[in-house]
Design a protein around this ligand. Sequence first.
Ligand code: NI
Length: 168
Amino acid sequence: MARLNILEFPDPRLRTVAEPVEEVNDEIRQLCADMLETMYEAPGIGLAATQVNVHKRLLVCDVSEDGSDPLIFINPEIQGSSEDLSSYDEGCLSVPGFFEEVERPSKVVVKALDEKGGAFEMQLEGLLATCVQHEIDHLEGKLFVDYISPMKRRRIRSKLEKQHKKRA
Ligand code: NI
């Protein structure tokens, strides 16, 4: 297993729209395992392949408190969303240190493939619903900061750019 490097906003590669996974093979399973390891070490509750610069449609998440419930969604598709919305203080491993309220449908039905290539459908609610919608956004090149005001987004962008310059 390997820890992967996580791209950070405003890296333009985070804006890439991911391609469907054509075959769930050992390479994909290894990627899922590496992404889970990277997510747990960060620590975070979700990670999309886009964030580790692999532009394939897959994501991992675990919203349990003790990291005991890893979930893998390959080629995830939202089949339906509730009209009622929930709002969470969202964060993102690609936008480290910043949290902002984002409103999303509180329940969604998601169709995806598991790590064996089997299709499944799952009804999600609460934090898991928010997390999976946030990760699916990544596969479309979208970030949670796209939902907040341009002023707040610019402030986050310039703070992160300063940190990146210091690191370079
Ligand atoms: Ni994120």
